[in-house]
Structures are given as structure tokens and as C-alpha cells.
Design a protein around this ligand. Sequence first.
Ligand code: NAD
Length: 374
Amino acid sequence: MLHFAAQKSGKVPLINSQIKPEGESDVAVFNHPEFDNHEQVVFCSDQQTGLRAIIAVHSTRLGPAVGGCRLWNYASDEEAIADVLRLSRGMTYKNAMAGLPLGGGKSVIIGDAKTIKSEALFQAFGRMLHRLSGSYYSAEDVNITTGDIMQVHKVTPYVAGLEGKSGNPGPFTAIGTYQGIKAAAMHKFGTADLAGKTIAVQGLGSVGFYLCEHLHKEGAKLIVTDINQAAVDRAVTQFGATAVGLHGIYEVEADIYAPCALGATLNDDTIGLLKAKVVAGCANNQLKQARHGEMLRQRGILYAPDYVINAGGIINVACEMRPQGYNADESTAKVNQIYQTLLNIFQRADAEDKPTSEIADVMAQEIISRGQQQ
Ligand code: NAD
């Protein structure tokens, strides 16, 4: 009540009015299960625009931290903190394995994307970003468009993935995923040639559809699913794909399963159903839990670790950040290196008898602790 009256009068509320009632827990960061010695976690609020955001800089050991900004209607602050801590750590690993001179960070804006967006909100976020003086660069993520990022860019240079520069990351993520599928085929089947291979693609969005185009060109047989019937119809018409139901995709007779929609699709319920001998797709966080990497290995299924195979988009964004500027050919050449990076992971996983997911983490940690690019 006192707090409300003070806000109305424009005065700062008395400090004692903000002390939490006994028994109400404080949000913990340093002992949070997802906390991993993050260098900086910044809580941002702007009363005028309703901005509530958290910026997490996990590591700048390899360079400035880069990772997208996600706008999400989190059920609680705790949920937002868990997400930003986990995602920022993931970016450190992804950027390291992609051989980029970049660290890992991520930001989240808390709110309903349908109602909270305004130019002023993104500019307020940009001012917060600016205070970090370039230790973190933001880009797009879920519910953030290039238009939103352009608003952020009005008040700070510390953004990437701008219109007219590297642009839509989807096609580059698709190229990297395509190369990753070829590397997995090489390792598992002894040939990178995908002609005649049957590939089950889950999700035909901005990455999945481009991926299908590459696979079709090479002569692969496609089995597809999506909740968007129009996308399925297009794939059937353009690529001669066979459409299956949402759940059926796990059980089809395929050589390769490419998850390109949701996270956590590799879990206790689905791994036992898979007939494919390779899992290689662009979706983030494919393993529901870390132990599912071992479960795939036990079943003799070769898994291309998600943050390695889907790094094409960030590699393309990083190209825009170089002093010499963006160049699509050079970006593509770097994305194509995902092929060799994955072969290295597969070979080491075999040699050490460990899941590929675990080996990718170990290799990323080695790169980070050396503090240099791959
Ligand atoms: P998108 O939203 O454009 O496409 C996702 C597609 O999946 C949509 O067509 C959607 O209808 C479909 N889908 C949703 N639920 C489904 C379900 N239950 N079964 C089948 N299909 C379903 O997203 P995108 O940009 O193509 O990204 C796909 C995945 O790749 C996401 O996990 C994303 O985090 C990850 N990723 C994307 C990029 C990128 O550059 N866009 C980079 C790295 C990782």
C-alpha cells in the first residue's frame, strides 16, 4: 500500500516497505543448479516500459559473449533465471565448438509477446545492454524479430543479426545441419552420399524446409511431419516427401532421423521406437536429459550433438561481427567445417567408448580452458 502511494506520488518508496515478509524465499543465483560460474548476471527493470529482463554472461574467455534475446511469458522469475543461466552456458559451448572467437551469453525479457512489445521497451533493453560495454552482444531468439533488434540497435551497437547484414540465420543453420547429416552418414554408413537414404524430418520451419531442399537435391527420400499442414503439403509437392503423423515420425523405417522442431524429443518414450541408425537435426536441446545420450549409444544410434550441428546460424552472425565485415561465401565455408568437427567428435567418442554428447562437452571445455580458438 505504502509502495503504491509512493509510486503515485513519484517518490521512492521507503526501504522498509520492500522487506519481504518472513518465510518468503529470495531468488538464489549463486547456488542455483544451473549456475556455472557465470561471469555476470544482470537484472534489468524499467518501470515506464514494463521491461523486466535478465542478461547472463556465462563466459568471455574466447571473446565477447554472444547469444540471442528470448521474449517469454515465464510463469515465475525463477523459471526465467533457470532458462537464462542454462541458455547462456549452452552458447559458450556452441560458440567454442564452432571455432568462433566468441564467448557465451543470453538474455530473456519476461512478458507476453502479444502485449508487451513496444519500440520503447526494446530501446530500454538496449540501454541496459549498452551498460555492459560490449561484453555481451544480443541477437534474435524466440519471439524476437529483426525489427525488434533494429529498435535495440537505435541505442546501442552491441547487437548482431541485423537486417541487411547476416540476416535470416535459418538457411545457414540448414547448410550446417545438412553437412552434419553427411558427416554422420560417413561415420555410420561409410559414405557421405545421401542418395537413396531415407531421412525422417520432424519440423518444416525456417531451418527444416531448407534442409529438405538440400537433402532432396542430393537424392534422399524424405518422410516428413509438422503441425503445419501447409508446410507438409509443400514438402510433398516440391520434394516428393511422404507425410506421416506427428508421433509416427519416430517409428518410420528411416536411416536418419532429423529433429528440426522441438527440444527434448529424445527421451525414454521415443528412443526405443527409433529405427533410424543416426539422429542428426537442428533442434536445440534434443536430449531430454544428459543420460539420453548414453541411451542412444546403447541402442547403436549415432547422435550428432545438437549445439554442434546447429551452429550454422551463429557462425553466420559471427561473420557479421568481424572487423572486415560480412561475406556470405566466407560464412558458408566456415559453416561447412561443421562436417569435420562432427567427424572428430564421432571418432573420439568411439575411441573413448563414450556418448557423442559427452565428448562434445569435453571438447568444448578443452577449447574454453585453452582460452583460444579451435
Ligand atoms: P520454426 O519455428 O521456423 O520451425 C519449427 C517448425 O516445427 C514449424 O514449422 C512448426 O510448425 C513445427 N512444429 C512445431 N511443433 C511440432 C511438432 N510437435 N511436431 C512437428 N513439427 C512441429 O523454427 P526454426 O527456426 O526452423 O528452428 C527449428 C529448431 O531449430 C528449433 O528447435 C530451434 O531452436 C533450432 N535452431 C534454429 C536455428 C535457426 O537458425 N533458426 C539455429 C539453431 C537452432
